[in-house]
Design a protein around this ligand. Sequence first.
Ligand code: ADP
Ligand code: MG
Length: 591
Amino acid sequence: TPRDLAEHLSQLNHKPYGAYQDLLGHHYTFRDFTLVFEKVQKDPFATASQIRVLIQDQVAKFPSDYYFTTDRRTALSDYLTRQLVKQIHALKMDQQFQSQSWHDVKGGNFEMTHPGQQILERNSIIICDGTIEARFTFNLPARGRTIVAQRAIEVLTKQLPVIITRALKFTSHDPQDLQAHIQCYEDQQWLRRELPSQNLIAFVPDGAILPRASGISDQPLTSGNVVPFASPDTLKIKFMCPSGMQITGMGIRPGVTMIAGGGYHGKSTLLESLEQGIYNHIPGDGREFLVCDPTLCKVRSEDGRSIEGIDISVYIDNLPFDMNTKSFSTQDASGSTSMAASIQELVEVGSKVLVYDEDTCATNFMIRDQRMQRIIKKENEPITPLIYKIRSLYEEMGVSSILVIGGCGDYIDVSDTIIEMRSYVPRNITQYAKEIASQYPNDLRQEGGESYGNVAQRTLDIPAYTKGKVIARGGTTIVFDKQEELPLATVTSLIEQGQTRWIGSAIKYLCQKSLTKQNTLKNTLEQLDRMMERDPKISEDSNSSSSSSVQMLESPMDFIEPEYIHGEYVRPTLFQVAQAINRLRGIRVIN
Ligand code: ADP
Ligand code: MG
């Protein structure tokens, strides 16, 4: 009971900080919930202590149909995470306001990672079999290195029950707000799954707000003139969502789609929104119901990256000194080789839609115009630009392309659909552009043969340094073993640190278990992904020292780091994991 906890803490008062370890493994049963200390920090400056709070559904009382499907539980878990984050934040504000008496005490506050604009699969709140488990951290309070029990008692026995009630009980919420969150998620899931049956790879709804508040904010743009998305009639599609909502918008078909238009007319904004269409957005984001093929990835120029054993001969052949491009490795790729490698790597693991923005592409990889074809002979140019492969990439490999191109009309000839962005409004200019192209024909010579060429399936060995300590730094960098940095800023749509964390730990797991050596990269990653497809379960073996029968939950994301249960994982896509592994320095092909 809370009184047990208070008594327990009182006994620790004034003791050295290490005595807090005594809390480990005990269950404290409150009126509405159970509190468990999963991990207790060793000193006041260490990572905060990990706690788990379990609340039974008889107490939380959410409508039972919110538990019916995995999608609903995912949306509910995301919603509850946001509510708890809000309550923790409010408590912090309160504490600051009235903390004069505790001004010399460090700690006494909760922390939970803040979700962004996307509804994602998280292990911060787990829902299973009538139990809801919340995972967050608590900084155990101390004056210097001495335990201040009174502060801990006040926060844990008085303030914690308040925030748990406000965050995790159905009656504390606006039922319509919650309903909207779940329905919004379900409709987006449905729309994305519905795309293939409508022969689409992406859908942008009318009325969507695509621009963001700034280059460093994912919030919708609200200041100035914001132009809501409006689809051209000839590309308009209509859906009737499961919630009963009817929605219209622009459909993008498989094949090659070119997004043209003047500078600053909204091309990159549209493409960036399409990249985010692998996710479902929260109500009010502006991009809700914008969905794309879940395998969509962005290809960009990344000079300096490492490449290991990729067959890039489709695009690059005849390098100086007879360098082998059928199994090409480098520690310092050029812009064009990095793009060739990225395409091959993504096709290898099954991406069906690749997107490109001229702002971040290497020109010599995109085009070679008729003059250059005549000035630099083919035998002296290793690169076969994408424009000569983009058709066979689609027709043979089934991989569609969406390209933002404002500067090169050659792509008109290879595009199925051409969209012009003009003052942030799309127009279907396919026919017009094709007419102009036939009036000004190009005398381009086909390069690179008729068929696409080979995409190899690799089996990889992962470098041993990944077995060391794994830290996710700043959201887009993983640091292994305190020194090996893996920058992930170029990984498609990686948005939350929790994803980066999961990827880092997953790489360590794959290395420790030697999993990548036994199977192709594609198969290994599909297995990993299927593990996360499972539902949460009741964990069999908690590190509990007491014999009381509190059942704790296990998220399908936990398995890569079972020795340390925390709530900071967010599920990434298989493609993001693949992109991370491919950028690890020191991977080796072993087949
Ligand atoms: P482009 O790639 O065509 O050069 P961008 O997509 O980078 O253009 O957009 C240029 C600017 O216009 C950006 O600051 C962006 O935020 C803003 N913008 C994009 N779409 C809209 C819109 N629908 N309404 C208002 N501003 C927009
Ligand atoms: Mg641009």
